[in-house]
Design a protein. Sequence first.
Length: 276
Amino acid sequence: MGIFMDYQMLVLDIDGTLTTSKKEISPETLDAIMKIQQLGYHVVLASGRPTAGIVPVAKQLQLGKYGNYILAFNGAKIINCKTQQVIYQKILPRNIIPILWKEAIENGVGLISYENDSVITGTKIDSYMELESKINGIPIRTVDNFPEYIDFDVNKCLMTGEPTILAELERKLKQRFNGLINIFRSEPYFLELMPQNVDKAHSLSKLLVSLGLSAEQMICCGDGFNDISMIEYAGLGVAMENAQDLVKQASDYITSSNDNNGILQVIQQFFLNKNS
């Protein structure tokens, strides 16, 4: 372990890690990311966001030009930005979509999924959906018969609504599906419905295999609970200064905060120093 390792890959969470509180990437950090890609290192964006919510950041980092990768939906999908090839994905069983839709309608909550560059819904648009649309910079489209409309692979559905109703629905659905899908709330008003066993570490292991690299050659940086798996798995797990305490405890190294060029510090110390 430690400084002398031959690191080849940098994996970055987006919100609270790569981007500042203003949701921007500092020019110095952007410059450093370009530099390491030019030197041939791999850069991966790993986020809970849907693919379309990550693409603008990937374009800014020119991941496509260098053949680098997006890991979306917390790991349910990995895409090569150059070829658009899906390297790995996990999908929701198609036959549960009608059940989720029926539950959403009966309980008066929203249900959305994602298609290409939009959020799609089979229920009335609510303020929580609008928030999800705004966070990811993608529009909402209403479709008539949601279960019939979905004839493609879905990596995630999201129920939206009042926290008290969702709490009750979470209990009910967990009982009903009993481990068939992963059900959890990412916010009091967001109930996530995901394929089982999706996490950033598991998906990164698939990407590493495809590139002939080991976990020891990877540095993962993050700030949230959903980053812990990859921080523990990486050769060097980095927590931001602004990270949750549990994330810091899981890490090997704590860098400056997302508002103080924390990622730049990691790149300078572990990638650029050995090339200077």
